[in-house]
Design a binder for this molecule. Structure first.
Ligand code: KIV
Length: 289
């Protein structure tokens, strides 16, 4: 899958960013945490489409093709129904739209849990189809063997502990984790197991702040928080949440924009002009020469 093609026409919307940059690498991301210190926090956002990737790329270190696309793009009730095909196609679009960020693609539910071999087959499919550099999978100590298996065979893995949305049916909901001693211990133990197995970074999601800090201190790989702590080595948000696309978002989201209002107002302006026969105007219509 080439990411360097150019459709060189003035009407093409597929043109990649006009000023290509050198892409960051997984080792360069891993190396941002040295002796437990990350001088410059890692910036990660989700991306699902080429145009979104183009707009986000220069501002991020990592673009995550999250399985949250199930809810955000497809209107599914959870991430459970998301398929490898969906992930591969969206990841390929994000790779085509980016030059700078490391693109990480989520392994969907059911594509990696059965065995390290199943995980390798699914991860290699995702990387071959998309050109992404790394995969992310959910789960801690139970996934350590799989993380080691993939990492030792050329597939960089980002871990994901704490609130793991693919386990919603076991967890019983999307509430914050780590409030009991047992849960807190498990989160830190899980993070350590992934670190020792070779994960190059670990997402910590929906975890009470002291436990997110403890897990960050306990591992050598950078942690990337979402609903965790500013003391994590980096942060991630779902882009549509951060842009203000949805009225209802988790408590940990900060809305940096109000894109839903912009879209609604813009659609209304268009609809009003169509109904008034004010669009298309003379600038948008062709006349005989
Ligand atoms: O699927 C996703 O978008 C994620 C992030 C929220 C970390 O896993």
């Amino acid at each position: 899958m080439s990411t360097t093609f150019q459709l060189d026409t003035s009407t093409s919307r597929a043109n990649p960013t006009p000023a290509p940059m050198k892409r960051l690498t997984v080792p360069s991301i891993r190396a941002r945490k040295q002796d437990g210190v990350t001088a410059e926090p890692l910036v990660m956002l989700t991306a699902y489409t080429a145009r979104q990737a183009q707009l986000l790329d220069a501002h991020c270190d990592l673009l995550l093709v999250g399985d949250s696309l199930g809810q955000v793009i497809y209107g599914l009730p959870s991430t459970i129904p998301v398929t490898l095909r969906m992930m591969a196609d969206h990841a390929a679009a994000v790779v085509r739209g980016s030059y700078h960020s490391v693109v990480v693609v989520d392994m969907p539910f059911g594509s990696y849990e059965a065995s390290p071999q199943q995980a390798f087959d699914s991860a290699s499919f995702l990387l071959k189809e998309s050109g992404a550099a790394a995969v992310k999978l959910e789960g801690g100590a139970a996934m350590a063997e799989t993380v080691a298996f993939l990492s030792q065979r050329g597939i960089p893995v980002m871990g994901h502990v704490g609130l793991t949305p693919q386990a919603v049916n076991v967890l019983g909901g999307y509430m914050a984790r780590g409030r009991s001693d047992a849960e807190a211990d498990k989160i830190v133990t899980d993070a350590k197991a992934l670190d020792e197995a070779g994960a190059f970074a670990i997402v910590i999601e929906g975890v009470v702040e002291p436990i997110a800090i403890a897990a960050t201190k306990a591992v050598s790989a950078p942690t990337i928080g979402i609903g965790a702590s500013a003391q994590c080595d980096g942060q991630v948000l779902v882009t549509e949440d951060m842009l203000g696309m949805f009225e209802r978002v988790p408590r940990f989201v900060k809305k940096y924009g109000n894109i839903a209002e912009v879209i609604e107002q813009t659609a209304k302006a268009y609809a009003d002009e169509v109904r008034a026969r004010a669009f298309p105007g003379s600038e948008q219509t062709y006349q005989p020469k």
